[in-house]
Every structure is written in structure tokens, then in C-alpha cells.
Design a protein around this ligand. Structure first.
Ligand code: PLP
Length: 349
């Protein structure tokens, strides 16, 4: 593990915040140059937030069955992706492997950090090809991004393939599970004790319905998480966000109820889409969206947009010619989608 970390990060003395230095009980805090009078806003946000987010991590640790010290919390999982580059990738020297078609942020972050991107396409069933991935890697390959369920294809990667990569890939294996709560599969976070090179990303943006708050997480060995803590901004998540997240995470039953509703809507929509001739293919989905193939993705996209329904045109992505990615909406939104698509078919006939 340690030999994968950049030298400057290994040797870094992290910023020591006031909230880090004093550990104990006190009633007078004159250590952080806050405004002790408060602010014009009625709720008191004049104090800096907990840099370690202990309360939220404790709640998450129960839900995710990992230890609090095995969790990093960030401004979306996008922050975790950024930190992975900061921790492991020496600009101009190291490289990372991504498996197109996949989430665009891995490549964007690689560009930002001056890190070479090696693309090893998924096969036509959207599964990784370990032999090709291992062939593309060298001693400077620090990160391998596996997105499972994958965006935009929607499928989980085969467990055996992931296991093979965890055993044979010499760098960090990042499994992005942004959509895992929609899938009938357990999280790879259960395996962070077995694989020191595994980092699992999850988010509150999708199944938890909190995309607007910006909270994501990385789960890994406590040793790896220590590097995240070293590099992150000390106060990366604000008090307002933390208190809302605490409230939401305290009611798992409410979460499950909304999730089940969404899963029901998804099943209904899938059944309906399977009967519609406009779709040449509806790919099976372990997420809350469908990749669908049509005759002409741009034309279909334009017609939908003109009628107020926005989907994502993925036709330029690998293996995605004339494909759209459609998020499962509310029952009402899905109904509207089907209605507009039917109107499009009539219009074409
Ligand atoms: C939506 C998504 C994310 C979420 O990013 P946040 O920054 O947590 O909102 C991460 N990975 C993938 C593959 C996604 O589709």
C-alpha cells in the first residue's frame, strides 16, 4: 500500500485545525477565530464543523457494516475521486486505467491531475476483460476504476472478474458503487479487510436522494483512509449538510420505503418499454436507469426534448451507438416518457 502513495503525501504534515488539536470537553471556545456572537441567520452555523464527521460516520458504519475509521466522507464521491489522484498519482509519470463506456469523471480528474489515461474497453456485454487490463498495466499504473453497476450500461460486473482483478492488479482497485443500493447484490465494502488495495466509492446522491447536499464516501482499510484524511480540506463538509445527513441516516425505514417505491416504478417501466417497438434493445439494469437502443438516438432525443423530457444521448460512447440513457422517474414522469415516445412512433409511421 505504502509504496503506491506519492512521496510528497507520505511526508506531508497535514494542516492541524483547532478542532483537531483540542480533544475534550469545554464550554468556551476561543481557538478558531469564529464569530462568538453568531450570525444573522437564525440557526447557529458560526462554529466550524467536525473535521472528522464522527456522528455521520458512526451512523454510516452501522448501515454499511464497516468501521468509522474505514470511511472517508467528501463533497460527493467526486471529491473522493479527486483525492485518489492526489494521493496516488504523480503528475506526468503515473497512469490510470478506465474501462469505457463508463463514468466521465475518472478521465476528467486524470486530465486535471496530468495523469495518463489508459482505456481498456469493456466487452460487448459491458464486462471487464482482466487479461487486457493486466496487459495495459505497468509499474506506474496506480488506479483501476471499476464502476459496478456501471454508468451508462447499468449492469453489475461479474464477481469472479472483479475478484481476479483484486488479486492480480498491482495498484489500487477503485470500485464505484454509486448505484449499489438499487442492485440485488452485496457491496464490495464487505471485502475491504481482505484486500488492502481496494477502495469502494458510494454516494448519498442516488438511492439516498440527496444529490443536492453533496455527500459521498470512500470505504477502504483504515490505513488508506488515513491518507484521505491527510489530504482533504479540513472542514470539507458543512454543519447544515451534516445535520441533515444525520437525520436522514437515522431513519433507514423511510429510506427503504422510498427505494422500494422506485424499484416498483422501475419494474413497471421496464415491462412497458419491453413491449415498445421503438426500442431495439432495453439493456438489463441493476441501477435506476436504463440504457436503450433506438434507430436514431439524436432524433429520438430531440423529439423527447422538444416535448419537455430530457434523457441522456450516449451514442458517442463505446458500444453505445444509438443508445439513450433514461433515468427511472416517478410513476407520473415515466408515464409522460412513454406517452411522448408513443407519439414519436406515430409521428414516424
Ligand atoms: C452519479 C455518480 C456518482 C456520484 O457522484 P457524487 O459526486 O457523489 O454525486 C459517482 N459515480 C458514478 C458512476 C455516478 O454515476
Amino acid at each position: 500500500m505504502k509504496e503506491l502513495v506519492r512521496k510528497n503525501i507520505l511526508n506531508l504534515t497535514p494542516y492541524s485545525s483547532a478542532r483537531d488539536e483540542f480533544k475534550g470537553e469545554a464550554s468556551v471556545f476561543l481557538d478558531a477565530n469564529e464569530n462568538s456572537e453568531g450570525s444573522p441567520y437564525p440557526i447557529h452555523y458560526n462554529r466550524y464543523p467536525d473535521p472528522r464527521q464522527k456522528k455521520v460516520k458512526l451512523l454510516l458504519s452501522k448501515i454499511k457494516q464497516v468501521k468509522p475509521e474505514q470511511i472517508f466522507l467528501g463533497n460527493g464521491s467526486d471529491e473522493a475521486i479527486d483525492l485518489l489522484f492526489r494521493i496516488f498519482c504523480e503528475p506526468g509519470k503515473d497512469n490510470v486505467i478506465v474501462l469505457p463506456p463508463t463514468y466521465g469523471m475518472y478521465a476528467v480528474q486524470a486530465h486535471i491531475h496530468g495523469t495518463e489515461i489508459r482505456q481498456v474497453p469493456l466487452n460487448s456485454d459491458f464486462q471487464p476483460i482482466p487479461a487486457e487490463i493486466l496487459k495495459a498495466a505497468d509499474e506506474h499504473t496506480k488506479l483501476l476504476f471499476l464502476c459496478s453497476p456501471n454508468n451508462p450500461s447499468g449492469n453489475l460486473f461479474d464477481t469472479n472478474l472483479i475478484e481476479e482483478l483484486l488479486l492480480k492488479f498491482k495498484g489500487i482497485v477503485v470500485i464505484d458503487e454509486a448505484y449499489i443500493d438499487f442492485a440485488d447484490a452485496s457491496s464490495w465494502s464487505k471485502s475491504i479487510e481482505s484486500y488492502p488495495n481496494l477502495v469502494v466509492l458510494q454516494t448519498l446522491s442516488k438511492a439516498w436522494g440527496l444529490a443536492g447536499l453533496r455527500v459521498g464516501m470512500a470505504m477502504a482499510s483504515a490505513e488508506t483512509i488515513q491518507y484521505f484524511n491527510k489530504v482533504k480540506y479540513p472542514y470539507n463538509i458543512g454543519n447544515a449538510t451534516l445535520s441533515i445527513v444525520e437525520e436522514v441516516l437515522s431513519d433507514v425505514a423511510a429510506f427503504n420505503q422510498i427505494l422500494n417505491e422506485l424499484k416498483t416504478n422501475k419494474k413497471i417501466l421496464e415491462k412497458e418499454m419491453d413491449t415498445m417497438e421503438i426500442f431495439k434493445k432495453v439493456y438489463p439494469s441493476d441501477a435506476n436507469f436504463f440504457l436503450v437502443k433506438v434507430d436514431n438516438a439524436q432524433e429520438t432525443y430531440d423529439f423527447l426534448a422538444k416535448n419537455g423530457v430530457i434523457v441522456r444521448n450516449r451514442t458517442k460512447e463505446m458500444h453505445c451507438e444509438n443508445c439513450l440513457r433514461i433515468t427511472v422517474g416517478t410513476a407520473e414522469e415515466n408515464h409522460k416518457l412513454v406517452e411522448v415516445l408513443n407519439a414519436f412512433s406515430m409521428h414516424k409511421a
